[in-house]
Design a protein around this ligand. Structure first.
Ligand SMILES: NC(=O)c1ccc[n+]([C@@H]2O[C@H](COP(=O)([O-])OP(=O)(O)OC[C@H]3O[C@@H](n4cnc5c(N)ncnc54)[C@H](OP(=O)(O)O)[C@@H]3O)[C@@H](O)[C@H]2O)c1
Length: 317
């Protein structure tokens, strides 16, 4: 089969495309023929050697894809050949075929096709746990999202708006700003400028920060008793935070990793159903994903890495 792989960590030039051996499935696994593969910021960190990546010679990046079940192991009960499934936490996804543990495969309802599923799977399940497990916001509260028109940002903002919150955020271009406003975001501030911060300091019950380098600003935006939900560092590492300073203003810092919220078949099923429900009810709209051929992996990494993308970047085998 063809795959996108690399032999040593480094910049996008280490990526290679070519033939490697197709995986063999175990009794509790299914073989998925991928249709769309999700590219995520974590894949950039992994390629650079900054994030955990499953051992494999050569390294094969990617943990998210949607595709068709081509074969099932003897002990598999939850999937059948021919069904379309999504997975968001299975290694070696940058390939034409992936061996997927049966409990990690999410069967897609007829209303969600493989392109939509791969476009919203990992980022949507992230937005869901950020909104509902970590955020636990009260209706009408004001919340802020850094990088609001990124993949997670777009989905999170629409979930929070559908849940009845007043959503604000930051973005770096006029195009990203209009996209967020079109989704119902109240106001969008320029993410690479800071002169607006003072005017809205101390106003937000929750600030969602996936940019990282913005953490001090996010803490300033919080009102007393508010919380920053810190979930990534697309813009660079955050500063160290002093808990005593936080305590003096009753501010909290919450963090979480999606993989700790997807620990069983049942949890994946319930969380994905809750996410898909927003789409089925027309409460979330996404911008058209940018699709690169899997063979053009280098270009796809560059596109995501330099912050050009609006919404999801997909790889097509
Ligand atoms: N904790 C978890 O479980 C989990 C799961 C998935 C993703 N994440 C994290 O969530 C964050 C967002 O992920 P995503 O998939 O939505 O990524 P994305 O689509 O690339 O969005 C990231 C946003 O960050 C902003 N940004 C600010 N400074 C940047 C810089 N120097 N370089 C690039 N972007 C910059 C950009 O918005 P502007 O240009 O408009 O400012 C961009 O739209 C990432 O940090 C990712 O690692 C965490």
């Amino acid at each position: 089969m063809n795959a996108l792989y690399f032999e040593k960590f480094g910049d996008r030039e280490v990526l290679q495309y070519g033939k490697i051996q197709r995986p063999k499935i175990k009794q509790d696994e299914i073989l998925v023929k991928t249709e769309y593969i999700g590219l995520n910021f974590a894949d950039i960190y992994r390629r650079r050697g900054e994030y955990y990546i499953e051992k494999h010679i050569p390294y094969i990046n990617g943990y998210e894809a949607a595709g068709v079940v081509e074969a099932v192991g003897a002990k598999v009960k939850n999937q059948q050949i021919g069904e379309t499934v999504l997975f968001v936490d299975v290694p070696f996804a940058n390939a034409e075929y992936v061996a997927v543990p049966s409990d990690r495969a999410i069967r897609l309802p007829a209303t969600i096709d493989s392109k939509l599923a791969a476009s919203v799977g990992l980022q949507g399940l992230t937005a869901d746990f950020l909104a509902h497990d970590l955020g636990q916001n009260i209706r009408d509260e004001k919340v802020f999202i850094t990088g609001i028109s990124g993949g997670v940002g777009q989905l999170l903002s629409q979930i929070l708006i559908a849940d009845g919150l007043a959503v604000y955020g930051s973005a770096s271009s006029a195009e990203k700003k209009s996209l967020a406003l079109a989704h119902g975001v109240r106001e969008v501030f320029p993410s690479r400028e800071t002169d607006w911060v003072e005017s809205v300091e101390g106003q937000f019950a929750t600030v969602y920060d996936g940019v990282g380098s913005t953490l001090p600003q996010s803490l300033d935006l919080l009102k007393h008793r508010g919380k920053v939900v810190f979930f990534g560092m697309a813009g660079g590492d955050p500063i160290k935070v002093d808990p005593v300073t936080l305590m003096s203003e009753s501010k909290s810092l919450l963090t979480g990793d999606l993989w700790d919220y997807l620990t069983s078949y049942q949890e994946r099923k319930l969380r994905s159903e809750r996410l898909f429900n927003y789409f089925e009810q027309g409460k979330i709209k996404i911008s058209e994903p940018t699709v690169f051929s899997l063979a053009d992996g280098k270009a796809a990494h560059e596109f995501l890495e330099i912050g050009k993308s609006i919404g999801k970047v997909l790889l097509k085998p």
